[in-house]
Design a protein around this ligand. Sequence first.
Ligand code: DUC
Ligand code: ZN
Length: 461
Amino acid sequence: MKTLIKDGTIVRSDRSFKGSVLIDGEKIARIYEGDAPDENAFDTVVDASGKLVFPGFIDAHTHFDLHVAGTVTIDDFYSGTRAAIAGGTTTIIDFGTQYHGETLMQGLQNWKEMASAGTSCDYGIHMTITEWNEEVCRECETMMEEGVSTFKLYMTYDTRVDDDVFYKVLKRLKEVHGITGVHCENDGLIAALRDEYASDSRVSKVSSHYLTRPPEAEAEAVNRLLYIAEQADVPVIVVHLTNELALQEIRAARKRGRKVFAETCPQYLLLTDDVYELPGFEGAKYVCAPPIRKRSDVEALWEALKNGEIQTVSTDHCSFTTEQKRLGTEDFRKIPGGVPGVETRVPLIYTEGVSKGRISREDMCRALSENPARLYGLYPQKGVIQEGADADIVILDPDVKRVISAETQVSKSDYAPFEGYECACAVEKVYLRGTLSAEDGKVVCENRGKFLKRNGYGETI
Ligand code: DUC
Ligand code: ZN
């Protein structure tokens, strides 16, 4: 089956050009720069004139089927990957978790079992280490053999590990060529602030959420992580970076010669902490950790994305319903943390970034596709339009405006954090390994996703 995507603007991280892409089966067979070849040679011809043709987007930070604050995210692998593909994301990497008392292998088996409910985009799994012992140390190598080449560590929550474990894990990952992403927030400071706010009427205010998780708590944790990584002499990934203070810690470490990667998310690039002051319980819809910050932080993050200090934009998709959020009406500490995002990342970043001139379309391609593919061991199978790569392709129409609405979204959440927002583009067609899988925000082919075994750190970046 040969499909020609004809006369579009093909976007890569180094340049964009007018051309056509030939898909043969699941792969990109050929790229024609300039004039398209004779149409009769193909089974299907798709006219992409006036459209942008991107490599499939990769979201390296999702939480499907995750247990949080006594409840479970409303999007599981089935609905979460449907939402992903509808929004132009052809690969997600979800955070498998070693719950307490489990081995890493049990954590991985649990996640694969959940994914067996059906996946509509390709997926990888990171492994979150919550307990460290000799067996887990050995299992790091097993994970690498299983294609789980990236890990996650928390500095807060009950999934956190102590600084000594950080050092030991980082040294071990260096031996096996793994790399870890880290949730950076100072747990002790946050715990003390939460006790303070919970002791009076502030306990039932949504705003207590962000006031008890200040930028300083994040910046201190980033600083500590980066000094521990320096001792272990390994690169690390700071996930969901939210503010300038923490960014300065990354800059300082890079000045010392350290290799540090940084990720941010649309909620930190588009929203400000005013959302937590919305009337009633509305602000709970935006409760996530780290929290959404100030306008000056938003601008600092865009600048850092533009100049390459931030490498990737993922979503931290962790969705709940408004009813689940209501678990915290009496006590802000019980609001399940997380926001949906996997479905809307592409049009939001295009609109706020590319159409408003903050970043170029090539920058967008780099941060949402090529860099995640490189960093997470998928390049050049994913992340680039080139011959031999998987035919994961997104056709984006920059002349159509589309309004985000919970009513029309694929995610199972009953609200959309960006409800009513007018996007300056539409994700028109999404191909997963050569098959048209979503069209105009609707899934047209489901459950074709497969598990991706990923390479170790250093092999693709
Ligand atoms: N932050 C959230 O808000 N939810 C899930 C995990 C995380 O780091
Ligand atoms: Zn997360």
